[in-house]
Design a protein around this ligand. Structure first.
Ligand SMILES: *Cc1c(COP(=O)(O)O)cnc(C)c1O
Length: 391
């Protein structure tokens, strides 16, 4: 029997264009050569475009978490007080990494589905009269709860306070506007397997001048992820250790494709899919974890099943019968929600296909309180409306 075609709709790894995968199949070259330098420097230049920055950006051979670890290991000295704004599992991860590097970690936690509350942050920063907080860490897009944080507003407050701003933009970069320089973000981490629409294995880290001044005095141990070594080698168009050459070929290609599309169009495309997914979910009677549309993620949506429907059973049926791969909940949300990734190389028909499978899944599971085609229609209406506005 032919294997079911797979529709991968998780918030990373995401689907990848064939051209991007094929680029990774190019033959190996010497990583200390003019050929490598050319590809490397073009890639960095295009990354600066994606990040909207003039800062240095480094390509680390790791998944996104390695980039988060590099940010912490380089910017935080043992005993430093850091404030982590926790909007979900990835915020917890940031706190965990900072603890592992012996930071004095304080967290402010926000309810699942809510973004960082600016007022709470302001109160905490205002009360820090002796400027003990050295860095504020948070997610641009919290993937586990499908929330987007008000990065610009957070950055304004933290800048006024003086602490370093360290942002995990792994799942948000290229799905949502991210003005690294204009907003004054010191360290911004992202990763290859999300909106960069390529395989996992690369983390990206940008570093501001202010961050360098901290990194140069940093007392924490690090070797492989020492960003000062990265800076030294990048001046010659190289990386300190053997880089993931195949992945850099892919990144080089994906950035060319993305740049041709343009940032505004990329953001609009993600926003449209978010709108379509949220409307489709509601049309079937699902709840959304993120009620406030303004802070709902462009990258992923978190959906709460109606009474009587188990999120894990729904995912299993969708996968086994239709080849549609949905993500589950993380941590305390396991079994309570399912998530649809709509970032990177996901298009309009993918979302239509996913919801027609979800409708059939609901019928199979005995939930028939809607007419077949309801969510498909809701999506079609949103897509049509958007295309008519554009035309
Ligand atoms: C995917 C992701 C990461 C990185 O996870 P890895 O599995 O290490 O790639 C970090 N932060 C957020 C918000 C993410 O979505």
């Amino acid at each position: 029997m032919v294997k079911l075609k797979q529709l991968l709709l998780i918030p990373g790894p995401t689907p990848t264009p064939t051209q991007v995968r094929l680029a990774g199949a190019e033959e190996m070259i010497n990583h200390r050569s003019a050929d490598f330098k050319k590809i490397y420097e073009e890639t960095i230049e295009n990354l600066r475009w994606a990040y909207q920055t003039k800062n240095d950006i480094f390509i680390l051979p790791s998944s996104g978490t390695g980039g988060m670890e590099a940010a912490v290991a380089n910017c935080i000295s043992p005993g430093d007080k850091v404030l982590v704004l926790v909007t979900g599992a990835f915020g917890q991860r940031f706190a965990g990494i900072a603890k592992a590097y012996n930071a004095n970690v304080e967290t402010i936690e926000f309810d699942a589905g809510k973004a960082v509350d600016i007022q709470k942050l302001k109160e905490r920063l205002d009360s820090d009269k002796n400027k003990e907080i050295k860095a504020v860490l948070f997610q641009q897009n919290e993937t586990s709860t499908a929330v987007i944080n008000p990065v610009q507003k957070i950055a304004e407050l933290v800048q006024a306070h003086g602490a370093l701003i360290i942002v995990d933009a792994v799942s948000g970069m290229l799905a949502t506007d991210m003005k690294t320089d204009q907003w004054g973000l010191d360290v911004v981490v992202s990763g290859s397997q999300k909106a960069f629409m390529m395989a996992p294995g690369i983390a990206l880290v940008s570093v501001s001048a202010k961050a360098y001044s901290v990194i140069e005095k940093n007392k924490n141990s690090r070797f492989y992820f020492d960003l000062l070594k990265y800076r030294e080698f990048s001046k010659k168009g190289e990386t300190p250790w053997t880089p993931p050459i195949s992945l850099i070929y892919s990144l080089h290609k994906s950035l060319q494709i993305l740049k041709q599309e343009g940032l505004e169009s990329i953001f609009r495309r993600h926003q449209l899919l978010k709108k379509a997914v949220r409307s489709a979910a509601q049309s079937l009677g699902f709840d959304l974890l993120v009620k406030d549309e303004a802070v709902a993620s462009n990258s992923v949506s978190a959906i709460v099943p109606m009474n009587g429907i188990d999120a894990e059973q729904l995912r299993k049926t969708c996968r086994e019968h239709y080849g549609v791969i949905l993500a589950g909940g993380q941590g305390a949300l396991t079994g309570k929600i399912f998530r649809i990734g709509h970032l990177g190389y996901v298009d309009q028909l993918d979302i239509l296909a996913a919801f027609s499978a979800i409708e059939m899944t609901l019928y199979r599971l005995g939930h028939k309180k809607f007419s077949l085609g309801t969510s498909v229609k809701a999506i079609q209406e949103i897509l049509l409306e958007a295309s008519l506005v554009k035309a």
